[in-house]
Design a protein around this ligand. Structure first.
Ligand SMILES: Nc1ncnc2c1ncn2[C@@H]1O[C@H](COP(=O)(O)OP(=O)(O)O)[C@@H](O)[C@H]1O
Ligand SMILES: [Mg+2]
Length: 223
């Protein structure tokens, strides 16, 4: 099995003493290269916490994350972690997190710009693929919610990340826009063998994934 991402014995707590909240309790997870993986679980069970740790944005208290052959434990050097995060990870947030003063197109371009790169052709191809070429000159506030999220996905893909992590990407969309977004993610996954890990509440989302994992009590339940 060609594993692109592996989490081993991940523990994460918030708070101290009485208020200590042990969210992840020895969680293990493997993601195959090219896989579209959905992770489901009740609200507050630690899905976002897990995704941030998988994406090297947060550190576990204990355990390791292996990303594309490189292993990161708590002791991993920060610069190396940030370099990997920047190059290998594309993140789609539930609330899009687009920059309000920039056009949709410039939001996508910015993702390359902050990495010292430019590839306008690739940006246009992505906007086209996401069906937002014609509206990408507008700022996020002048776009529909569905369009904003499709711009956000184009942004996550712009630097050609090894893996896309999406935190409830349809959580703020209505049913039709949610389904359209899922179909787009599915197409990207199939066409480009893009690895995607998606947190979701939606049963439709899990229909489109290759595999569905369920979180409970700080671990992944048996498949
Ligand atoms: N930075 C933080 N500080 C303190 N508690 C946090 C923090 N992030 C998350 N939590 C807590 O950890 C638990 C899991 O949160 P989260 O990962 O966001 O759950 P989910 O995404 O599954 O809804 C929640 O009880 C939440 O309040
Ligand atoms: Mg969450």
């Amino acid at each position: 099995m060609n594993t692109i991402l592996q989490a081993t014995d991940i523990h994460k707590s918030f708070g101290r003493g009485e208020a200590r909240n042990h969210v992840l309790r020895g969680l293990n997870l493997q993601v195959r290269r090219g896989e579209f993986l959905a992770v489901m679980g009740p609200s507050g069970c630690g899905k976002s916490t897990l995704l941030h740790i998988l994406g090297l944005m947060d550190q576990p208290d204990r355990g390791e994350v292996m990303l594309d052959g490189e292993t990161f434990s708590r002791a991993a050097a920060r610069p190396q972690r940030l370099r990997f995060l920047r190059e290998k990870i594309g993140f789609v947030f539930q609330r899009f997190n687009l920059i309000g003063v920039l056009s949709g197109r410039d939001n996508v371009r910015m993702s390359l710009h902050v990495r010292g790169r430019r590839d306008d052709e690739h940006v246009e191809a992505l906007l086209d693929q996401m069906g937002v070429s014609a509206v990408a000159h507008r700022k996020p506030g002048e776009l529909s919610i569905g369009e904003q999220q499709r711009i956000a996905v184009a942004r996550a893909l712009a630097h050609r990340p090894g893996i896309v992590l999406a935190d409830e990407p349809t959580g703020n969309l209505d049913t039709d826009n949610g389904l359209a977004l899922l179909d787009l993610l599915r197409r990207i996954n199939r066409r480009d063998a893009q690895t995607i890990v998606m947190i979701t509440h939606s049963a439709e989302a899990s229909d489109r994934a290759d595999r569905v994992l369920r979180m409970r009590d700080g671990i992944i339940k048996a498949e």
